[in-house]
Ligand binder design. Structure first.
Ligand SMILES: Cc1cc2nc3c(=O)[nH]c(=O)nc-3n(C[C@H](O)[C@H](O)[C@H](O)COP(=O)(O)O)c2cc1C
Length: 174
């Protein structure tokens, strides 16, 4: 099995972190993984804000029910769709999703923990104010990242036969 498949299968959301900071080199590796995601017409419709400042983190805590995760994390990466750089909303959002997954996988491979925070989108206008975003920036997710507190983490997925079909929807994958 390739290293990539192993990383895909072993990645789990991590929601508790040690106090150790993430090095600038590691942050750059994560950002590079994000920017090398595919995008339609290679338009790269994403923007990333790296957040480590304690005061800013505190303000971000007030934007989500998942504030405990933000309090625990030494690093946030806010991911935006740059609406000035769009060509097709559906495809552009898909591309941003690919960039997010690339960053999560990079974290996993580097031994870092990360979780994709989406609930915070309920307060995306507030986040935009906190981060001084131009009007064209639409928040897509916030990634909370850090060194994982050791804990075994489980997760589950639907079976292939529930979600996959052969040739036509009527024929389940066996
Ligand atoms: C679009 C999206 C939004 C999510 N939002 C949150 C969130 O707000 N808070 C949270 O703790 N996890 C969030 N997650 C993480 C999921 O809960 C997690 O990926 C899922 O339960 C599967 O677990 P696993 O990542 O460990 O395999 C989100 C994931 C996605 C893809």
């Amino acid at each position: 099995m390739s290293g990539t498949i192993d990383t895909i299968l072993s990645r789990r959301s991590v929601r508790e972190f040690t106090k150790e900071k993430v090095s600038r080199e590691d942050i750059e590796t994560i950002l590079n993984a994000g920017r090398w995601a595919p995008s339609g017409l290679n338009n790269q419709p994403w923007k990333f804000i790296v957040i480590q400042n304690e005061e800013t983190m505190k303000k971000m805590e007030d934007c989500t029910h998942y504030w405990k995760i933000i309090r625990s994390a030494p690093l946030l990466i806010a991911v935006f769709l740059d609406q000035e750089n769009m060509y097709n909303r559906t495809k552009d959002i898909q591309a941003v999703g690919a960039a997010i997954q690339n960053m999560l996988l990079a974290c996993c491979e580097m031994g870092l923990g990360a979780v994709w925070l989406g609930e915070i989108l309920n307060n995306k206008e507030k986040v935009n104010l906190i981060l001084s975003c131009p009007g064209s920036m639409e928040l897509m997710a916030v990634l909370a990242i850090g060194h994982p507190l050791q804990k075994s983490r489980g997760s589950a997925r639907k079976e292939l036969k529930e979600i996959c079909f052969e040739e036509k929807f009527a024929e389940n994958w066996r």
